[in-house]
Design a protein around this ligand. Sequence first.
Ligand code: PMP
Length: 451
Amino acid sequence: MPDRGTSLDRPARHGATAADGAPRDRSEALFTRAQAVMPGGVSSPVRAFRAVGGTPPVIDRGHGSRLVDVDGNEYIDYVGSWGPLILGHAHPAVVEAVATAAAAGLGFGATTEREIELAELVTQHVPSIERVRFVSSGTEAVMSALRLARAVTGRPLVIKFDGAYHGHADGLLVAAGSGPTTLGVPDSAGVPEALARLTVSIPCNDLSAVERAFQANDGAVAAVIVEPVAGNMGVVPPADGFLLGLHELCKRYGALLVFDEVITGFRLSLGGAQERFGVLPDLTCLGKILGGGMPVGAYGGPADLMRSVAPEGPVYQAGTLSGNPLAMAAGLATLETLERERPYDRIDRLARDLDEGLSRAAGAAGLATTSNRVGSMLSLFFTDRPVADYAGAKLADTDRYARYFHGMLNNGVALAPSQFETAFLSTAHSDDDIRHTIQAAGNVMAGPAGG
Ligand code: PMP
């Protein structure tokens, strides 16, 4: 069992705000150095805390449910490396598997037995996958799955949903918004209009908008890609019948349904969201938990579709580090542990307790919040309206979230540094962690940071 630590038994030693002046000096110094050599001081933008302000702690290590920064401050962690760490930090079985694999060589650029075993586990548990191709990130998984979808349908367009994130491939950095359902508008500099126009972005949970998009682009839509439970605008569950409706519309209009299960895969059940909701996509994208904390992605589907992937078919896709032995070892140890322990009821229950406790704390402080939770993924939105899509999520009070975020950090609880992200539970979280977190939220929300 991880050392549960005592960070909340004593006040966390924190210095996120000038007001409390607690030490985070080494983080400050290191982050200054980081900014001199890396854009924003980070390797991925959200880590820079731009959405909440302040300086991010520089992390030294993690154990179980805890993160420890370079100043020795400990936090109960609900980021979980942005989703992969369903077993918590430095799970002994995963660490041992990686160490053993490393001792036998870091990579061969050739098929290994562990890779085959991991592929077998994926095909055994994810209902729609008969063949799987490993890549090194979720971005690559989505990019490759959509190339395959375009190849087999011979069509150019992809329908996605506003506020959904599918990695940073050019054509997917499109949120559209403001109504243009037939014309993609790039969300990032450097994305040519010509590529953005291949993506049609529409509000989620609105089947009639999907049907209209199909009609407006008759015979040109290769795929609909969806996060079956959205996790990148905060948690937004699928409306009743939405996933099944997508399945039917895709069949009717001859497009493929692609589930981006990079977050939900192995988190909402061993078979992911598709097992939990009983709707099978044509293609599935995986990542995060599949790599147990190492860089891994994958895409897969029925054998007849996957036969189009090189070398069996004409859809080229390759990777020097794909199927890397350390990454395969971490993924295998993670999935085997999940298979053995079947922890889903427990972590879902912990997430429910946390969700209810946070809502109670907000209510007691007179704050208007809405919580969305599916399994062990949850978001607390600072709005009193239900959040069923991106437009709804955007109504949340992000300044208030920023104050809440820093208040929690100063009380030893690390939430995602943005209102539009997900909190993740792991098997390493304990009832004590949840109790401490709710208590901290109560104090923060009732204090000046809450108001
Ligand atoms: N799809 C989803 C649903 C994601 O949440 C993410 C990353 N958060 C990606 C794709 C991209 O994965 P990666 O960051 O590994 O490229």
